[in-house]
Design a protein around this ligand. Sequence first.
Ligand SMILES: [Zn+2]
Length: 132
Amino acid sequence: MSRKITRSDAEWRALLSPEEYYVARQKGTERAFTGRYWNTTTPGRYHCVCCGAELFDAASKFDAGCGWPSFNTPSVPENVEEAEDRSHFMVRTEVMCSQCGAHLGHVFDDGPAPTGLRYCINSVSVKLEEEK
Ligand SMILES: [Zn+2]
């Protein structure tokens, strides 16, 4: 897939904090219950920390008890891209920002209705724009 936003590794490193770079550009994972949004219920929209693309609406956020922000569905589906991830001896579905390729987290099929999906997202990969 062609990205709308392409930057060199050095550019991302300069733009992001070390933790943002590690998770979003190197497919890292923040520790559970440590991120800034895991238990946030503030209304608003979550955007990609790298490029600002809108990804999730707080209205679809739910408490999955896993320590990461969890969403039922993306708010702008074309901004979210999925890929098979076979790391750590598991087969999971990785979730990325389709605009810039940022690693966001993973999607699982054990979420609540109506979608049955659980988008398990690193807080550090997203930025909440609070509803005014
Ligand atoms: Zn992005």
